[in-house]
Design a protein around this ligand. Structure first.
Ligand SMILES: Nc1ncnc2c1ncn2[C@@H]1O[C@H](COP(=O)(O)OP(=O)(O)OP(=O)(O)O)[C@@H](O)[C@H]1O
Length: 381
């Protein structure tokens, strides 16, 4: 007697794994059927290691083949178990924002290392490459977005979208910008700290008319504090980019920032580390490099932590000047500086692509516990 695989498959469509609604063919549990004369081997893949469910599946398969195909068939059932990955229930993730494909948080740990300068230049370089880019300046301690984009005197207007009043980001050099700086005077910044700042940020995230964006860059305040948590609770961050100088004190804080994003309860993929102020080259000695803050410290840190190194930006007077006059230096094409930013941008985009290919899409997870917050505070970093 030669057994027919289609008959066996049909027979197996009559049974299901305990606790699952679909039959074992439709549910994907059936992996393979092999026949030799009156012998048949059925491969099943189950999502549970529970012994009684495995036993029941084995018996059901035998019964179905004996009843529907051939009652003297010699049946062997091979069962493998592949448990679905457990979700971290304490994970801190906010709601996705419709229309926004990727959200990149730019963090530094230490203040003054050039996080905002790197973010602004990354934003204009992405925009020049044809991406739709937004920048949320969430640095409540020193919002510099409005100055760096030469829009310090502007105020976001209110527009009506789908019957709701929304804040319209200010557009400059092709980048849509919202900054806590639009709503504060420099000497008032302190009042925005804490819950008020978190509330204002939420409005800039959800009550703003960002439209369609390929990338929303979020310029975080220095450190690893409450604002970081509140941003991560508010929106699903695709990945984090860490900026550091090669100096030891900055590297120690950059390490803390990496560690914060990699906390189990936060679990934001770190796209990589960018080394800012990597070296100084005087205009009159273009071949000389002076490692004022140390040599390749951030590169070595990235290697140590097993995260990508995204690029190095030199210490250049014109970069500081361009920030102060509100015209990001990367806009000036064909310079060594714009090439450094182009390299950083290419690597960052590549890491976002890798991240989206290898990891599940960012999900909206409701916060049901504050475990994440205490975990951050308790973790030795
Ligand atoms: N590579 C560079 N070459 C020259 N100047 C730089 C460079 N990077 C940043 N700067 C200057 O250093 C200063 C601090 O930079 P920036 O404000 O970007 O730092 P930050 O890390 O965002 O600071 P904060 O602590 O406010 O978040 C600014 O005056 C900026 O113009």
């Amino acid at each position: 007697m030669k057994l027919n695989k289609d008959d066996i498959k049909k027979a197996l469509e009559t049974i299901s794994i305990a606790g699952e609604g679909q039959n074992i063919v439709d549910s994907g549990a059936l992996q393979n059927i092999v026949t030799f004369g009156d012998e048949v081997i059925v491969d099943l893949k189950l999502s549970t290691p529970a012994l009684h469910i495995k036993k029941r599946a084995e018996v059901d398969v035998m019964k179905a083949i004996h009843e529907h195909v051939y009652k003297k068939a010699k049946v062997e059932v091979k069962i493998s178990v592949e448990a679905p990955q457990k979700k971290n229930v304490n994970e801190i993730k906010g709601k996705p924002i419709p229309g926004i494909q990727n959200i990149i948080a730019v963090a530094s740990g230490k203040g003054g290392v050039g996080k905002s300068t790197v973010t602004a230049n990354l934003a204009v370089t992405l925009s020049n490459l044809g991406f739709k880019v937004g920048l949320l300046d969430a640095d409540i301690y020193g919002p510099s977005g409005p100055i760096m984009f030469d829009v310090a005197n502007e105020k976001p207007l209110s527009v009506t979208k789908d019957g709701k009043s929304k804040m319209k980001p200010i557009e400059s050099y092709g980048v849509k910008l919202l900054s806590i700086g639009f709503f504060t005077k420099p000497d008032q910044a302190v009042i925005w700290r804490g819950p008020m700042a978190a509330k204002a940020l939420n409005q800039m995230i959800f009550d703003a008319d960002w439209g369609e964006l390929d990338f929303l860059l979020v310029d975080l305040p220095p450190g690893t504090g409450d604002i970081h948590l509140s941003i991560m609770q508010s929106m699903p961050i695709t990945g984090a980019l860490i900026v550091s100088t090669p100096q030891n004190v900055a590297l120690a804080d950059a390490k803390k920032a990496v560690s914060m994003f990699q906390q189990e309860s936060i679990n934001v993929p770190v796209l990589g580390i960018c080394e800012n102020m990597a070296y100084f080259t005087p205009a009159e000695l273009p071949d000389n490099k002076y490692y004022i803050f140390g040599e390749k410290g951030a590169k070595y840190l990235a290697e140590d932590l097993g995260v990508p190194f995204l690029g190095e930006i030199p210490l250049v007077q014109s970069l500081r000047e361009s920030g102060d006059i509100g015209r990001p230096a990367a806009l000036q094409k064909g310079t060594a500086l714009s090439e450094s930013f182009a390299e950083l941008t290419r690597n960052t985009v590549q890491e976002v692509v890798n991240r989206n290919k290898n990891l599940p899409p960012t999900e909206a997870i409701k916060i049901t516990t504050m475990a994440g917050c205490s975990a951050v505070k308790n973790k030795k970093i």
